[in-house]
Design a binder for this molecule. Structure first.
Ligand SMILES: NC(=O)c1ccc[n+]([C@@H]2O[C@H](COP(=O)([O-])OP(=O)(O)OC[C@H]3O[C@@H](n4cnc5c(N)ncnc54)[C@H](OP(=O)(O)O)[C@@H]3O)[C@@H](O)[C@H]2O)c1
Length: 285
């Protein structure tokens, strides 16, 4: 009997898979997998830039689930509002902040700390933007726009925060995680990839410079992730298939958040200045 009732559903699933195959050349679904955890970040005050969407949103949710208080940032107040609704946590504070405006880095840091009721313990330098134009068609405007958010913004934010941390009398464990990209590990044919090489280099420097100060700095380099940054793939809905990497799929934002979370725990305290690649094997090509 059970076999009979499940037959129509199997047929529907089969037909759906055929349709996906026809539309994209393949079909892959990705279940969310998580390690069992609890309370790894209790008492931590965390700033996640670009936490109003995509990977940053998933990182914020993971941090909140571990007991942290979190400020998420972004330029668009509506996106921040809907993220706050989605995260639905009393420990969450949204803050409108254009990371490209380096002149406000120090005052916004102060605002974030006021919202959290004390000094920050962790920065996740996640906010990022993309420009599709590639060499030899990159314009100076593309370059400046992408650089302002992806390279200049994170650099000056980390500099302002480390300056604050270094001027404090105590040295509790603090952490920074910078978001690079698989594009920071392959030939840089556009401004976006150039910024992601920047971030990787900055992470190496800052990791070595800050480790003696009990500030642990690392990075994560995602491959293709199903977010607003991938509008073409978003059209595939719940089909994560892509032929562009050996894993033959995109990642869910939660998969990147899991890796960032690991770096934020004490289990990762001996990893210094590394940018961990999480890309379905893309950079191995
Ligand atoms: N998705 C991918 O395939 C992929 C792959 C490799 C690396 N990454 C990196 O992962 C990080 C997150 O990407 P994502 O895919 O989650 O992107 P996303 O879905 O487009 O989200 C980007 C977030 O950053 C914010 N943001 C953009 N520009 C900003 C600015 N100037 N100041 C403050 N906030 C800003 C956005 O909010 P507002 O628009 O409201 O400002 C949003 O919250 C980025 O650094 C990206 O380069 C992504």
């Amino acid at each position: 009997m059970a076999k009979l009732t499940s037959f129509p559903r199997k047929l529907v699933n089969f037909l759906k898979a055929c349709r996906r195959l026809w539309a994209t050349g393949g079909s892959t679904e990705v279940p969310v997998a998580r390690l069992a955890r609890g309370n790894f970040l209790v008492g931590k005050r965390i700033l996640v830039t670009g936490g109003s969407a995509g990977i940053g949103f998933a990182i914020a949710r993971a941090c909140l689930a571990e007991g942290a208080s979190v400020v998420i940032t972004g330029r668009n107040p509506e996106k921040l509002k809907s993220a706050a609704t989605g995260l639905a946590s009393p420990a969450l504070r949204p803050l409108a902040w254009d990371i490209a405006d380096t002149s406000i880095a120090t005052s916004k840091l102060q605002e974030a700390e006021t919202l959290l009721g004390g000094p920050l313990d962790i920065l996740v330098n996640n906010a990022g933007t993309y420009a599709a134009t590639q060499f030899p068609h990159v314009t100076p405007d593309d370059w400046d726009r992408v650089y302002a958010t992806n390279s200049k913004g994170p650099f000056f934010l980390a500099q302002a925060l480390c300056t604050r941390w270094l001027s404090a009398p105590d040295r509790p464990l603090r952490k920074i995680v910078n978001l690079s990209s698989q594009g920071g590990f392959v030939g840089a044919n556009n401004a976006y990839r150039m910024t992601k090489w920047d971030i990787r280099g900055f992470t190496e420097f800052l990791g070595a410079r800050m480790a003696p100060e009990n500030i642990i700095v690392n990075g994560v380099a995602p491959g293709l992730v199903m977010t607003d940054m991938q509008p073409d793939f978003l059209k595939q809905g719940d089909n994560f298939y892509t032929p562009l990497n050996p894993a033959r799929r995109l990642a869910r934002p939660e998969e990147i958040a899991e890796l960032v979370l690991f770096l934020l725990t004490d289990a990762a305290n001996y990893i210094i200045g590394q940018t961990l690649v999480c890309d379905g094997g893309y950079v191995l090509k």
